[in-house]
Design a protein around this ligand. Structure first.
Ligand code: ADP
Ligand code: MG
Length: 260
């Protein structure tokens, strides 16, 4: 049975998509079967995985509205480090409005994927930068939430909103959801402020902060231009190594064996 993680933070540009695609690739390099769900109308996780988002036959939008099946929507990854994708494009922006009046509107995603969970080890959901109905659909499926954050003063602001939402989902809709942790990304140790905020995060959130720190690394930013996760684009770069270490940390926290 797959473990389902949402990668969420209501801020944009904080590294959600980069985390999602690189963790997906790093876990699949370790032999895990991974499904990535793009729940952001920007479709960056889709294009960053090498999928042409304009010419999709079916996307997560149709799947959520019950207009396509999982099998019609999923794009199978081929080869090492390649994972399956439920892709998104701008159509998904319309789903927000259409879902409002639908039955079980918070659970459309869960219904759409629950029969497939046996075929995967991990499902990673790339959320949009908001606490929207789409994000709630993601949270309703999740066992945990990974919150990428930059170590700057405003990082903590808004974190409380997200924690509150996660708590509310936890008690109302999805008792399996537990806050899994904060991931420090785009880290530059030469900037004193970042080290200070990083220490504060550790003090404040303790175990809930992942040990792995993702450095600022230009190879990670270049990779989407080639339709590849950084982990595959330049495997020996600092950024790729950090995401591979993060995958190993997740596996060890969940008690998976270290081989592979
Ligand atoms: P989000 O999905 O939260 O909006 P992205 O993952 O798209 O954020 O990242 C925002 C921008 O920062 C992108 O241009 C991405 O390539 C870049 N980026 C993300 N993580 C890193 C990193 N560790 N080092 C350098 N650039 C990064
Ligand atoms: Mg994104």
């Amino acid at each position: 049975m797959a473990r389902v993680f949402c990668v969420a933070n209501q801020k944009g540009g904080v590294g959600k998509t980069t985390t999602c695609i690189n963790l997906a690739a790093a876990l699949s390099l370790k032999g895990k079967k991974v499904l990535l769900i793009d729940l952001d109308p920007q479709g960056n996780a889709t294009s960053g995985s090498g999928i042409e988002k304009k010419s999709l036959e079916a996307s997560i939008y149709e799947l959520l509205l019950g207009e396509s099946t999982f099998a019609e929507t999923v794009i199978h990854g081929k080869g090492r480090g390649r994972y399956d994708v439920l892709p998104a494009n701008r159509d998904l922006a319309g789903a927000e409005v259409e879902l409002v009046n639908m039955e079980h509107r918070h659970f459309r995603l869960r219904k759409a994927i629950e029969k497939e969970l046996g075929n995967y080890d991990f499902v990673l959901i790339d959320c949009s930068p908001s606490i929207s109905l789409l994000t709630l659909n993601g949270l309703s499926c999740a066992d945990g939430v990974i919150v990428p954050m930059q170590c700057e003063y405003y990082a903590l602001e808004g974190l409380t909103d997200l924690v509150d939402t996660v708590q509310a989902v936890f008690s109302d809709m999805n008792p399996n959801l537990t806050m899994i942790g904060l991931l420090r990304v785009m880290f530059d140790p030469r900037i004193t402020l970042q080290s200070q905020v990083s220490d504060q995060l550790k003090e404040h959130f303790g175990e809930r902060v992942f040990d792995t720190v993702i450095p600022r690394n230009v190879r990670l930013a270049e990779a989407p231009g080639y339709g590849m996760p950084g982990v595959l684009y330049d495997p020996s770069s600092k950024g790729a190594k950090a995401y591979k270490a993060f995958a190993a940390e997740i596996l060890s926290k969940l008690g998976h064996s270290k081989q592979g």
